[in-house]
Design a protein around this ligand. Structure first.
Ligand SMILES: Cc1ncc(COP(=O)(O)O)c(C=O)c1O
Length: 422
């Protein structure tokens, strides 16, 4: 459930008409609903607790939406942060996430980033390879600090809504195999600069089938049992693998309650703290991208293009993952739906949000909302084609605040310095 709904013929975010935000801030603009973020986090936590999962660490995947207002909203509810760069750790800290609730993952952490994470005191660094484990030990020694680590295991399970967001097959770059995990865990336990506390996995994003999750979680539970059986200390199991959300024309994802049942079933009797790294399931339906129709261009041979002022640089998912977002009129007009190709102004054919989609009639100047755009929307946006970075607005009840302003063209140009010989 989310808090974007039609009231008296126009689309609202909580108690604010989207048209009011478009008028005040301009378009394109991302609009987030505080109540929806809060609800999604709470529903997930309560579903886990209802299945007997005690005090789970729900570390929001900062990559999904890294706006400080979003992170702060979740931090106030007790969320941790799953991070993959120094920049994301800094964001989580700035938003008030306590370091002991920050997990640091990623296959290519630099020594500088590892040092930063150790100085910050993050709760665990997820080790993705043997060379990385050795690098962490060296950095820890140079700082005189023992590094708390977990091993990210690649469970070799296929899942995820698109090949580009599947992370848990052995051909993917992430994590170590089960055999490596057992060997490295034992090795790390004998290293004075490393403190292994657990194991982690992440099998993919936009997962709409619980079977691969159950398979991966069972395999991970088996690993925990084997490690404990060898007398090794294991206190945390991090079960990544992002629940899907209902995008346009996509299979209906499982409910958090059913997901929690799978978790509980796989981990019964393990005696470890469970951690999770959800991004999309918390953020996607908490945000929309608001855009305006620039032209309706009807070609004589029949194609009808809805040309928007939002483009692939603002919402990359359709171009990158063939993703389909529901597209709604902010003030739907009467009349029959017609097929449209919805496109942006960027000079790439890939700047196409959808083709031949039946939509209500639109006219130039109308407002359009891309639904389910709160995850991997603004956080993946760029200034390609020298288009100003898309702003973000947070709504709470009847209030709203610009939480990332649109840069001016002067600000964009001032970031660059000509080479001295030019
Ligand atoms: C390590 C890790 N954790 C968490 C996530 C978040 O996944 P999702 O947004 O599907 O919940 C991802 C996404 O790819 C990831 O790679």
């Amino acid at each position: 459930m989310n808090h974007f709904e039609l009231r008296d013929g126009e689309l609202y975010c909580e108690d604010v008409p989207l048209a009011v935000i478009a008028q005040a801030v301009g378009t394109p603009v991302y609009v987030y609903s505080t109540a929806t973020f809060e609800r999604h986090y709470t529903v997930l936590r309560e579903a886990l607790e209802a299945e007997g999962v005690r005090d789970p660490l729900i570390a929001f995947a900062v990559k999904a939406n890294s706006n400080l207002a979003v992170l702060r909203t979740l931090a106030k509810l007790g969320a941790g942060a799953d991070t993959v760069s120094e920049g994301e750790i800094r964001r989580a800290l700035a938003a008030g996430v306590p370091p002991e609730r920050i997990v640091f993952s990623g296959v290519g952490k630099t020594r500088a980033e590892i040092a930063f994470a150790l100085e910050a005191g993050v709760c665990e660094i997820n080790v993705e390879s043997e060379p990385e484990m050795l690098a962490i030990a060296q950095v820890a020694q140079s700082l005189g600090k023992r590094a708390t680590i977990a091993f990210r295991v690649n469970p070799d399970v296929a899942a995820g809504g698109h090949a580009k967001i599947a992370t848990g097959k052995s051909e993917n770059k992430f994590g170590v195999s089960f055999a490596e995990a057992e060997r490295l865990y034992a090795q790390a336990s004998n290293n004075a600069w490393l403190k292994p506390v657990g194991v982690a996995c992440h099998i993919g994003s936009q997962i709409t089938d619980l079977a691969p999750m159950a398979e991966a979680f069972e395999k991970m539970a088996g690993l925990v049992r084997r490690l404990k059986g060898e007398g090794l200390h294991v206190e945390r199991l991090d079960l990544g693998g992002g629940l899907g959300v209902p995008y346009f024309n996509q299979p209906e994802p499982p409910s958090p309650a059913d997901y929690a049942k799978v978790v509980a079933q796989a981990t019964r009797g393990l005696d470890v703290t469970l951690a999770f790294e959800p991004g999309r399931v918390i953020a996607a339906n908490a945000g929309v991208l608001l855009a305006q129709v620039v032209h309706v261009h009807e070609r004589p041979e029949g194609r009808r293009f809805l040309v928007l002022d939002a483009a692939m640089n603002d919402l990359l998912r359709p171009a990158m993952y063939d993703a389909y977002h529901d597209i709604r009129a902010v003030r739907p007009r009467e009349g029959e739906a017609k097929p449209y190709d919805v496109v942006g102004p960027v000079c790439e054919t890939g700047d196409t949000f959808t083709r031949d989609r039946a939509l209500p009639a639109f006219e130039s100047g109308d407002l359009v909302a891309f639904m389910s755009a709160g995850a991997y929307g603004a956080s993946m946006a760029s200034e390609y084609n020298s288009r100003p970075l898309v702003p973000e607005v947070m709504v709470k009840g009847g209030d709203y605040a610009i939480v990332r302003p649109r840069p001016t063209y002067d600000e964009m140009l001032a970031r660059e310095t000509p080479a001295p010989w030019l």
